[in-house]
Design a protein around this ligand. Sequence first.
Ligand code: NAD
Length: 439
Amino acid sequence: MLALNGNRQETAPMAPKESAAPAANVFEVAQQQLYRAAEVVQLDPAIRTILSQPKNELIVNFPVRMDDGSYRLFKGYRIQHSNIMGPYKGGVRYHPHVHLDEVKALAAWMTMKCALMEIPFGGAKGGVKFDPRQHSRDELERITRRFTHALGSNIGPNYDIPAPDMGTNSQTMVWMMDTYMNSAGQTDKNALRGVVTGKSPTSGGSLGREHATGLGLVYTIQEWAAETGFNLDGATFAVQGYGNVGAHAARILSRMGAVLVAVQDHTGAIRNTEGVHPQRLSKYVQTVGGVAGYPGGEIIDRRDFFSTPVDIFIPAAMEMQINADTAPLMRCKLVVEGANGPTDLDGERILADRGVTVLPDILANAGGVTVSYFEWLQNRRAEQWTEEDVELRLERMMQRAYATMRRLREERGVDNRTACHVHALSRIQAVYHERGIFP
Ligand code: NAD
């Protein structure tokens, strides 16, 4: 008999000691950001109402066989916020703290990000509530395939296109693609490769996608440095989260002469005022699983990490990390949001009062979805662009979005985040006004 025990559903473990509990409801923060910009653009109240909630909320519970023969039930989400600008688009997160409001917020930010970047996609996000670190590669493959199967026709290359996020990577995307292709029953399977982006280049991914978010982040920092006359050579920075976004951003920024002095992840925090070597730390994290114990830095606690004086602070882990507790500790000129939603409303107010500039998530980390769009285009056209071509196109799009933010900030007298949302909402409103609201 199938040993399926509902009590074995994955539950969130206690938050690690090094991480603070989320300070605010993340979906409410996303809504407040949207409403603030809606006032500035005098958004049609009907459009404001539509955008205040996602269009579709899908929750699936699915069983997966573990290596020991037992079965475990997993909870997965796919939230489709808006497809007025194009197919739903957004990552899939594997993390023990995934919950409905989090995925709703992340989906709403994707709508704003794609509209800001002028990419023809809407917004979505997905997740499965479990800790991928606790599972073997075989279990991860079965979880991914079973989740993809459970999503069924709710995803598709012209309908809803997932991508990697926390806890997922190019391998996860290739498993998703393969499962979708084999379930769709179409003879031309290659036409379905665009169902996900962030695949490995050998399986239809784009060159340059792996480090695109980190690179895009650095392009926005360069724009800020050019705008303010700041010299990145010798500048100091700290990174929270040393995964795809944080590690690539650190590596690329250090090539410009900037010095990484503090890093925190789910295992702990380290500091070295002489400089942490980004690549050596990456190798260590890949081997050991986290930054704790890295020999090239002193061990510090969460409070010390946030208090370390740096020019640039890059949150690249969870949301709501910069809040009423941590923002007063921070001593930096610039916060560049690699993570989605790392700053809550209190944190944002405190940073503003203290004169800290914020480059908001929907701009700063948009390099990932931008190169995902390039990948989707390459799949449709059966092309393979060079890495140089990808990076050049990305740079131009990041520069254009930064220039738009800067212009709207000055014209409307608003902060960077609101300026970005203003551009996104104005574009969405223009489409609604032309098409009308169905029926
Ligand atoms: P990842 O899984 O590669 O790395 C996540 C990192 O965060 C790890 O170093 C982990 O140790 C750390 N972390 C987890 N919980 C933590 C905690 N409580 N305190 C401190 N550190 C913690 O994930 P990623 O793809 O780098 O994503 C990081 C952030 O960037 C997320 O907010 C994600 O939504 C956002 N983002 C990712 C992409 C992308 O292309 N991967 C694109 C845009 C935005």
